[in-house]
Design a protein around this ligand. Structure first.
Ligand SMILES: *Cc1c(COP(=O)(O)O)cnc(C)c1O
Length: 487
């Protein structure tokens, strides 16, 4: 076969070669990609190919040069980001969709599963009958939720903001710990980043309800339109869950849209010890969760849920186009009985969000839940929450470790302490650098009440109890060594 023609089959053989390369990667025996960077960069640094190298060579380069020099993020000891390497079920499902369903539309099993998996996800996360739409991540999912909020708030004033633009100043109330994708959504939606009013938090990082009420009262006096309240179900920094019920009652009392950012923490509801934190979800107007965080999906899978998708349609519809609506509508009205999968678009997700062509993400969520069920997800979430608590308890007992924040979910903030060291922030910063370079246990850092904290967030499907002990031992060993070096 000419090397200038793409291979369009032979997947059994090719995927098994890539699969073997990935299995090898998952042994985590490769050094970090920067160790051998001169070798792989020299090999990959090619001028624009005028002629193809062929699929064999592409496969070889993937397996030998690219995969082994991939990311540390899916290592069991990596706890810095709230993202995680995909599980096998997720990888299988997204691979299948890339060929068998290049679009999520028309009457196919994929379009059906897109909806079914949204229903499962809603049920699993305590959202009842809320209706969903997938998108690429928490950033877009928050944008979609706030787009619905904007539509709701302006329609009440007889104005269509999606069609005519926003015509007055609004406020969105979010805790000072909210994820900054909320601010960006404000920018994109034309209300401005500054419309996001930071509301003070208590010592655990939860929105203060009295401060929220005061901010709303002030805006009402100033004739600024309260557009939405954004509450967190698991902040990125600390895993804090805002008092959803009290916030929901305020929202309801004023007729303000309540959006909840549960990108990381919504699945925490599966841990029955924590379910009281999630009371009030029935008062929510829109809410997001990222399956690519705690649920183990490949990156690029988030979901927004609302009570009424018609509102999303008004917020996000394009003007009708000949190449979309015109291409099938008349067939469907003539044929009450659908006879071909292309007779109809199926569920028109393109009207509910900001993407037209998009991968089938539901198949990934379907595969994840189908593989281990709700009980399997619960086991993982409880395990990770337990890991944070195990670390917290250890810190309370050990003279050289200090717990800086009681864990709510699977984030634990702590630091190494030594009476002979004045600048503990700098010491912990150095410990963190060494941890990362050792390339086994990699938390992030943050500040808790002004103090530098080591911040592991346990959530990868591969993360298990031995990583807690390993992290503790590594921090003590490095901390002790740094103290000895300074003595
Ligand atoms: C990760 C995160 C986001 C952003 O999600 P992306 O998938 O990274 O776009 C938003 N909110 C919270 C609370 C998050 O943890």
């Amino acid at each position: 076969m000419s090397k200038d023609r793409a291979e369009v089959g032979n997947l059994q053989n090719l995927l098994s070669r890539v699969g073997a390369g990935l299995d090898e990667f998952l042994k985590f025996e490769h050094p970090d990609s920067l160790v051998n960077k001169d070798t792989w960069r020299t090999a990959l640094e090619q001028p624009l190919p005028q002629h193809g190298a062929g699929i064999d060579e592409v496969t070889r380069e993937l397996v030998e040069l690219v995969i082994p020099n991939g990311s540390q993020v899916c290592k069991p000891g990596f706890t810095a980001f709230i993202t995680t390497g995909a599980t096998s079920a997720s990888t299988l499902a997204s691979t299948a969709a890339s060929i068998a369903a290049p679009q999520r539309y028309t009457h196919t099993a994929f379009n059906y599963i897109e909806e079914l998996s949204l229903e499962w996800l809603a049920q699993m996360c305590g959202l009842g009958n809320m209706k969903g739409i997938y998108s690429s991540g928490g950033s877009v999912a928050n944008l979609v939720g706030l787009g619905a909020a904007r539509q709701y708030a302006f329609e009440k004033l007889g104005h269509d903001p999606a069609r005519d633009g926003v015509n007055r100043t609004v406020s969105v109330y979010a805790s000072s710990e909210c994820h900054h994708t909320i601010q960006r959504a404000g920018g994109v939606l034309g209300i401005g980043r500054r419309a996001i009013k930071p509301i003070a938090c208590d010592e655990l990082g939860r929105m203060r309800v009295d401060a929220l009420q005061a901010a709303i009262d002030q805006d009402l006096r100033d004739e600024i339109l309260p557009m939405a309240i954004v509450a967190n179900a698991g902040t990125t920094n600390r895993g804090a869950i805002d008092p959803l019920k009290s916030i929901g009652e305020i929202a309801q009392g004023h007729g303000i849209w309540l959006h909840v950012d549960g990108a990381y923490g919504l699945p925490g509801i599966l841990d029955e010890r924590l379910s009281h934190f999630y009371e009030g979800l029935e008062l929510v107007d829109s809410i997001i969760v990222d399956p690519h965080k705690w649920l183990g999906a490949s990156i690029g899978v988030a979901a927004t849920f609302v009570n009424d998708r018609n509102l999303l349609e008004r917020a996000f519809t394009q003007e009708p186009a000949d190449y979309l609506e015109g291409s099938v509508d008349d067939i469907v009205t003539e044929n009450a009985q659908l006879e071909h999968s292309l007779d109809d678009f199926g569920i028109r997700y393109f009207n509910y969000g900001v993407e037209l062509s998009a991968p089938c993400r539901g198949i990934v969520v379907w595969a994840l839940i189908r593989e281990i069920g709700v009980e399997g997800m619960r086991e993982r979430i409880v395990r990770h929450n337990d890991m944070a608590r195990e670390l917290a308890e250890f810190c309370k007992q050990h003279p050289r470790l200090e717990l800086l924040l009681e864990p709510t979910l699977s984030v634990c903030c702590f630091r190494y302490v030594a009476p002979e060291i004045g600048d503990l922030d700098r010491l912990n910063q150095k410990i963190h650098r060494r941890l990362v370079r050792e390339n086994v246990y990699m938390p992030s850092t943050t500040r808790i009440n002004g103090q530098l904290a080591l911040r592991p967030c346990f959530l990868g499907a591969r993360a298990d109890h031995p990583q807690v002990d390993g992290l503790i031992q590594a921090v003590i060993r490095i901390g002790d060594a740094l103290v000895a070096e300074q003595a």
